[in-house]
Write a protein that binds this ligand. Structure first.
Ligand code: PMP
Length: 376
């Protein structure tokens, strides 16, 4: 089968092996005589699918026992409200701190502000001068040593990878070292979960929509330290109360069964590929290939401060912006799909998630080189 390379920011490419297995099992899952879509979520067969998905995710990320794994719905956007509803009033009036480094963390902060006193710990909304170099707003990230964290904040929220801006936090900070040992770190990893190891000793909660690196849309992964459960406000819907979801093994109500099945197949595929260490190495290799070509090119430019450049989402512009429409038309014709940048940023964006092989990044660079030779 000759499939084009898909650089969509999400929903995004899935491993072909996963799609083929799902197709083979579509009408008859393992001799059950029915599709996963037709099974009761309370059936033994689906119980096995759910349990294996959780076990495989725990293996992939080395999730400690004192963390619960939840399969939820509503996407990361629902979490923007559910996190304050569940966590912000852990020890008094609702309050928490937010680092805002791009579109998605700003959205999280703006939604959370409806639920309490949400302070900005840091923001990249202004342009900055770093090492004599000028960076526009959202093209850099304030370092953790500059974050103003309230020692009694119910949590600190950060987005580990800004999917639109193309900025990635290189490491999860250690809040104890920053003088806030009692503030749990809450991390949106929607666009980089399962691409690097997670140090759970630094973490209160991580969440991610599955539709980029982990599976299909409709499943939201939540991994949360168990001692943070049980603090939901009275107005939090029971179906979104983390403690109730955890107590019911993510089956408080009918879960997104087919999405959990696909996500579970992706987990098995990831394990076969060598797990998170292999994805980590592949993410570095793919992104470095693209960045090093862009940096030596006279036509393409990436505006992000190099230490915080995303390995997942690489926005780039053409110095001659009049060529951008031609670039998009020609790249699509060459079998390189979905390279159009987000409308708020313009230009191009290549998303290099787990299911995109090194050959995809190589094909993209070869096309960019050829385009530059013809039009640069
Ligand atoms: N956070 C990040 C980092 C994202 O990339 C996205 C989606 N692109 C969201 C949150 C919102 O996710 P959803 O559409 O699943 O609600």
């Amino acid at each position: 089968m000759n499939r084009p390379y898909n650089f969509s920011a999400g929903p995004s490419a899935l491993p072909l092996a996963v799609l083929q297995q799902a197709a083979a099992e579509m009408a008859d899952w393992h001799g059950a005589g029915l599709s996963v879509m037709e099974m009761s979520h309370r059936s033994k067969a689906f119980g096995r699918i759910r349990d294996e998905a959780e076990a495989d995710l725990r293996t992939l990320l080395a999730v400690p026992d004192d963390f619960a794994v939840l399969f939820m719905q509503g996407g990361a956007s629902a979490q923007n409200a559910l996190i304050p509803m569940n966590l912000a009033q852990r020890h008094g009036p609702a309050m928490a701190d937010y680092v805002v480094a791009g579109h998605w963390s700003r959205k999280s902060w703006n939604e959370a502000r409806r639920y309490g006193d949400m302070a900005l710990a840091a923001t990249a909304e202004a342009a900055a001068q770093i090492d004599g170099q000028a960076y526009e707003a959202w093209c850099w990230m304030p370092g953790p040593e500059q974050w103003r964290i309230r020692a009694d904040a119910a949590y600190l929220h950060v987005c580990a990878n800004e999917t639109i801006g193309g900025v990635e936090l290189p490491d999860l900070p250690d809040l104890a070292q920053l003088g806030c040992p009692d503030v749990p770190l809450v991390v949106d990893m929607s666009s980089n979960i399962l691409t690097r190891a997670i140090d759970f000793s630094r973490l209160g909660m991580v969440y991610a929509g599955a539709q980029k690196n982990a599976g299909s849309a409709g499943v939201t992964l939540v991994i949360i330290r168990r001692d943070l459960l049980g603090h939901a406000t009275g107005c939090c819907p029971s179906v979104f109360d983390f403690a109730q979801v955890a107590a019911a093994d993510s089956m408080f109500n009918t879960p997104p069964t087919y999405g959990i099945y696909i996500t579970g197949l992706v987990f098995k595929w990831l394990l076969e590929q060598g797990g998170v260490p292999a994805m980590d190495a592949a993410s570095s290799a793919k992104s470095q290939l693209l960045y090093s070509y862009i940096d030596q090119s006279a036509l393409y430019v990436n505006p992000i401060h190099p230490p915080v450049r995303s390995r997942m989402n690489i926005p780039f512009r053409l110095r001659d912006t009049a060529l951008e429409a031609l670039f998009l038309a020609e790249s699509e014709a060459a079998g390189l799909l979905a390279l159009k940048g987000h409308k708020s940023v313009g230009g191009m964006r290549a998303s290099l998630y787990n299911a995109t092989p090194l050959a995809g990044a190589q094909a993209l660079v070869a096309f960019m080189r050829d385009f530059e030779a013809r039009h640069g």
